[in-house]
Design a protein around this ligand. Structure first.
Ligand code: DX5
Ligand code: ZN
Length: 218
């Protein structure tokens, strides 16, 4: 079994105090910091890009786990690597050349991830598993924080965990994760839990600490 990882999504933080929020999530017990990049084209929302990630970088030594909800993604991979991302995850649906994108991320010396929208079948990644360090299973439709977990995704997580058997792949589950469904997600085979609203609710460091602990202990 892979170790359990909690990855707060900075999307739910107060952008006006970004450095402080990154430090707070780090100190509150985050394993990775999850960075949601949205382009207003692949998803119907716009968040932040590599320059903002570069500005966050000095505020934490934790793993920067970038989730690129952008299309095309290939022209920007190097910028995200240079900004200090340790993991770069691209969507299987973002273009016709997923294999090339994953090769490019590995060539930049970063861990490569592939993300799947709720409607995308598990077998979309069957022939790229040798190029993948992380499979990110979306449990909401990407674009916004604060949505409800889609329960049919649990079966897909189990299928992907079986497909990955024997490979050192983290299965990240992203969207609507709370202390109430964390145990079910872990039982299905997810080992990295992204949580935005469930971590940042309350708005203070003490809340973040209690919220992360609640998910971890669930
Ligand atoms: C959604 C993003 C998620 C989001 C999760 O498009 O990929 O990472 O921030 O937010 P919550 O935990 O609030 O569903
Ligand atoms: Zn995400």
């Amino acid at each position: 079994l892979r170790p359990l990882i909690i990855a707060p999504s900075i999307l739910a933080s107060d952008y006006a105090r970004l450095g402080e929020e990154v430090r707070a999530a780090d100190t509150a017990g985050a394993d990775w910091l999850h960075l949601d990049v949205m382009d207003g084209h692949f998803v119907p929302n716009i968040s932040y890009g590599p320059d903002v990630i570069k500005a966050m970088r000095p505020h934490s030594n934790k793993i920067f786990d970038a989730h690129l909800m952008i299309a095309p993604c290939d022209p920007y991979l190097e910028a995200f690597a240079k900004a200090g991302c340790d993991h770069i995850t691209v969507h299987a649906e973002a273009g016709p050349h997923l294999h090339r994108s994953l090769q490019a991320i590995r060539a930049l010396g970063k861990k490569a991830g592939v993300a799947l929208n709720p409607a995308t079948p598990a077998n979309a990644i069957e022939y790229v598993l040798d190029l993948v360090d992380i499979v990110l299973v979306m449990s909401v439709n990407p674009g916004f924080g604060g949505q409800s977990f889609i329960p049919t995704v649990l079966e897909k997580i189990t299928t992907i965990r079986a497909m990955c058997a024997g490979r050192p792949i983290d299965i990240t589950v992203d969207g609507g994760v709370t202390a109430d469904n964390a145990a079910q997600i872990a039982a299905a085979g997810g080992n990295a839990l992204v949580a935005g609203s469930a971590v940042f609710k309350g708005g203070t460091f003490e809340h973040y600490k209690a919220n992360i602990a609640a998910i971890r202990n669930a």
